[in-house]
Design a protein around this ligand. Structure first.
Ligand SMILES: [Zn+2]
Length: 180
């Protein structure tokens, strides 16, 4: 006789999202995981986990009735579930990759910084924790800058592109430094 849990999976336990279930969210997480690998190479990639949505009666709980969370490799997370945008809450309703990236970046930041007890991601120039910001339809990591007026707030890199900055093992970059 099949286990009762086959019919009634534990609704309090998150399940891993399978490849292809939430393509935009998965693509967004792929970008954020590139930044994680570039900045905290010892960390395993973050994961998307799903839990049955709380029915708050707003009719926006989506076809699958699930909330998505960005978790560490071990399934732990901090903070709220992913939201498509400010007005249309549920993850099923995400309209664009930029919306998904903005939401995943914030959720990943909360999970990583709270569970590892450190600011993440950190600006390589100023040593400050950065925040995601949407500019020209692209989501980027924004830094508030240094104390000097000559170091104003700035966009560090697009989300997913932190690995293009200051990587010492890039031969062409080393070459340029030596020539200076
Ligand atoms: Zn900075």
């Amino acid at each position: 006789m099949p286990d009762v849990n086959t019919y009634f999976p534990d609704p309090t336990r998150p399940r891993p999202v399978l490849p292809g279930e939430y393509p935009l969210w998965e693509e967004a997480l792929g970008l954020v995981n590139r930044d994680l690998a570039a900045t905290l190479p010892d960390q395993e990639p973050l994961r998307l986990m799903a839990l049955p949505a709380w029915d708050d009666g707003d009719g926006l709980d989506g076809a699958r009735g699930e909330d998505l969370y960005v978790t560490m490799a071990n399934g732990e997370w901090q903070g709220n579930c992913l939201e498509a945008d400010a007005e249309n809450g549920h993850a099923d309703a995400v309209a664009s990759l930029a919306d998904a990236v903005a939401s995943v970046a914030d959720a990943a930041q909360e999970t990583v910084s709270e569970l590892l007890w450190q600011a993440w991601p950190v600006c390589g120039e100023h040593g400050l924790g950065m925040h995601s910001r949407v500019t020209d339809g692209e989501v980027a990591w924004w830094c508030s800058g240094g104390r000097s007026p000559r170091e104003p707030e700035h966009i560090r890199a697009a989300v997913g592109a932190l690995d293009t900055l200051g990587r010492p093992h890039r031969p062409n970059r080393k070459q340029r430094r030596r020539e200076r």
